[in-house]
Design a protein around this ligand. Structure first.
Ligand code: ATP
Length: 286
């Protein structure tokens, strides 16, 4: 187990800023001075203000914060479904202004076409992005990704015939079949029961370990973040939400849930995140 020098919240914030600014390897994904203001009938509403984050290629980042603080808004600016009011998001050296197949999103509600089979849902995405690939290759990509998530037998089933966990597996397979550089997961396991959620977390880690996409994942579950992430980004409450702190998760990989939960550092990190969310940035509505 690696040594973890537990720091105060202030020094954690400073060290994460230092890491962001002075990291020796070149940053892959950069969120720079991003603010988002929505027009509303009551006037402009500043959801996010001056958000800065630098992510290395292949990093697994979890994002946590109270409901409504702007997590989806922030990740929608990485996927390109939303644009910053000021500041910019870059992937590689490219400024993000629209969605693209280099950044795929998995949503909590699966977003599958209910009248298409699991195979067809994935095939449609592959075909849209790689229309000129030979038919046999496209079908092989779909089969490989169905197998990757353990759904070979369910290829011909339609979403209403699948469990929540199976639907989310199809949705993850569809996103990965495009070979995105960035995988964005918006609370993907929020609607699943605890056992299915743990199974899918483990599958996700295995898949990430094999293909090392850069992952940005929203969660409300601190234990999920501690199991999955390299860093946990904690957001302050909106309006004018910012990144309050970034926690480094030091547990070595491959991770074993039982082993990390026996580690005293686990509870220090967990309590630190809980204190951030429920004392320092408590939310009246929760
Ligand atoms: N198009 C819009 N116009 C006006 N306000 C919006 C718009 N989209 C989001 N908001 C507001 O911005 C704030 C942030 O929303 P967002 O969905 O990003 O939060 P979130 O942290 O992802 O929340 P949750 O955890 O509940 O999903 C909320 O107050 C929401 O009502």
């Amino acid at each position: 187990m690696q040594a973890f020098n537990f720091q105060t919240s202030t020094s954690l914030t400073q060290s994460s800023k230092l890491k962001t600014q002075k990291s020796p390897s070149s940053p892959f994904l950069v969120i720079e001075n991003v603010s988002k203001v929505y027009p509303t009938p009551k006037g402009p509403y500043t959801v996010l203000e001056d958000v800065n984050l630098t992510v290395q290629q292949g990093e697994f980042i979890c994002l946590i914060g109270h409901s409504g603080c702007g997590k989806s808004t922030l990740l929608n600016m990485v996927s390109g479904f939303n644009t910053p009011s000021s500041g910019e998001v870059r992937v590689g050296s490219k400024r993000i202004t629209q969605p693209g197949p280099d950044r795929m999103v998995v949503f909590q509600n699966y977003a599958l076409l209910p009248w298409r089979t699991a195979f067809e849902n994935i095939y449609l995405a592959v075909n849209a992005v790689y229309p000129n690939k030979p038919e046999a290759e496209k079908r092989a990509i779909v089969r490989d990704h169905l197998a990757m998530v353990g759904l070979t037998e369910a290829a011909d089933k339609k979403p209403p015939q699948l469990s929540g966990g199976m639907k989310q597996r199809v949705s993850i397979a569809r996103a990965l079949a495009i070979r995105p550089q960035v995988l964005i997961l918006d609370e993907p396991f929020g609607a699943l029961d605890a056992i299915t959620k743990e199974e899918l977390q483990e599958e996700l880690l295995k898949i990430w370990n094999d293909n090392r996409a850069t992952v940005l994942m929203i969660t409300h579950d601190i234990d999920e973040a501690l199991f999955l992430a390299d860093r946990l980004v904690m957001m302050t409450n909106g309006p004018h939400a910012k990144i309050g702190e970034v926690l480094e998760i030091p547990f070595p990989r491959p991770r074993d849930r039982a082993r990390i939960m026996e580690d005293p550092q686990y509870y220090k990190l967990r309590n630190h995140a809980l204190d951030f969310l429920y004392n320092r940035f408590a939310h009246d509505d929760e």
